[in-house]
Design a binder for this molecule. Structure first.
Ligand code: AOS
Ligand code: ZN
Ligand code: ZN
Length: 400
């Protein structure tokens, strides 16, 4: 393996400088539901100091931004984060130094949705699901959000249960009605998931289905890639490259999976995969905040403390990004053009194997941030304060 490319020559220091600039501009959006209690169907463990309402979720998210400087937005989930006055919630976010990001719809928790939402055979239920999304657009107008994120639990448990093709037609029609109500500058982001809660067939199972619907809708519709929503062994960076080529990668839901949709801390299960994903992002110059890719987390912290879990997630994304930024693109292109299989692989691995933690310390110190956000939060006394002040926090979803 070559060991010279990532660290030698003046171009190595240029790459380092360019990496610092790019990392400074990078932002990662946090999910409000990461701060509530969550668990499995077996048990939801409660955490002392867990938020009692959406205001407190935002305050906790603001702590992650305070110590990392890289997480200035919070995604909301409707109705989990329903409040009387979203303008007031947005003002609270601004007071805390953050903004409200994507609005996630929820058409999976009412009894009406037993057979699906936008794909449901009953037109009354389909109309209700469309209406919920229009309500979400109203929330976005009050919060100043750009992105409506749509994940549907629609699907079938048994072959023959419903008509696969008719469900796609209903889906296209429902999405069309929602899309028609977007304001200029708003986006509809359609997430896919290959299984769960439906076990036989999911109505938006993969990036191809999501992309086809987005292409039919128009330029304000883009795909959300949740890293946990693929079959084991899927080459996710290929999907990233393909969606970027099509100009339709709207956002990530970052997390880690071992077996299913585990929603664990991003970069915990497979930091190399996260590096390969970020490598495709850097390769396509899609890291820039104006590139249109919203880097969001979609995670739950069932047994670990939530704010430190989010801090670790942000720093994991930063580490993978820093490594991707250090790839010697010229050396890589030369090795690839020469058909130098091991040389090209070596260039990539040199970057992956670089310890970027000192670079990130430099990044943080230059911004007046703590060198170690995790330790700084632990020493801040915030966790002890909320544990003493807040009594009766809720489960992530149904507590708001
Ligand atoms: C569900 O599996 C998806 O990942 C969605 O993004 C969902 O809205 C999110 O996990 C919050 O429940
Ligand atoms: Zn997701
Ligand atoms: Zn998921």
């Amino acid at each position: 393996m070559t060991t010279t490319t990532a660290t030698s020559g003046s171009s190595a220091s240029n790459r380092r400088d360019a990496a610092l600039v790019a990392l400074r501009a990078q932002t990662i959006e946090l999910p409000s539901w990461a701060f509530g209690n969550s668990g499995t169907r077996f048990k939801v463990f409660s955490t002392p100091g867990v938020p009692r309402d959406p205001y407190e979720k935002i305050s906790d998210a603001a702590q992650v931004h305070r110590f990392t400087g890289a997480a200035p937005r919070v995604s909301l989930h409707i109705p989990w984060d329903l409040v009387d006055d979203f303008g007031k919630l947005a003002a609270h976010a601004a007071d805390e130094g953050v903004a409200i990001g994507a609005i996630n719809s929820n058409v999976f928790q009412d009894d009406d949705y037993r057979l699906g939402s936008l794909c449901n055979p009953d037109p009354r239920v389909r109309a209700k699901a469309v209406r919920h999304h229009l309500d979400c657009l109203d929330v976005m107008r009050q919060t100043g959000s750009r992105d409506l994120k749509v994940w549907l639990a629609d699907g079938l448990n048994y072959p023959g249960q419903d008509d696969l093709r008719a469900r796609q037609d209903r889906l296209a029609e429902g999405l069309r009605q929602i899309y028609a109500e977007l304001d200029p500058g708003m986006r509809l982001l359609l997430e896919y998931k290959f299984f769960e809660p439906a076990f036989y067939a999911t109505d938006v199972p993969d990036w191809g289905t999501s992309l086809l619907h987005c292409l039919a809708l128009g330029p304000q519709a883009e795909v959300v890639l949740d890293t946990g929503h693929h079959a084991p062994g899927t080459n996710i960076e290929f999907v990233v490259a393909q969606l970027l080529r099509a100009g339709r990668l709207g956002a990530f839901d970052f997390n880690s999976r071992f077996y299913a949709d585990d929603d664990l801390i991003v970069g915990a299960a497979d930091p190399f995969q996260l590096f390969r994903i970020m490598n495709e992002i850097v390769r396509a110059d899609a890291l820039r905040p104006d590139s249109g890719v919203n880097f969001m987390l979609d995670q739950c912290h069932n047994i670990e403390p939530k704010i430190p879990g989010q801090i670790r997630s942000v720093t994991n994304v930063q580490e993978a990004t820093a490594k991707a930024l250090l790839v010697d693109r010229e050396a890589l292109a030369a090795a690839q053009a020469a058909g130098d299989v091991l040389g090209a692989n070596g260039v990539l691995m040199d970057a992956y194997n670089t310890d970027v933690r000192p670079l990130l310390v430099e990044l943080r110190e230059a911004q007046g941030l703590p060198a170690d956000p995790y330790a700084a939060y632990a020493g801040s006394g915030y966790a002890e304060r909320i544990a003493a002040d807040r009594v009766g926090g809720h489960q992530a979803g149904w507590g708001a």
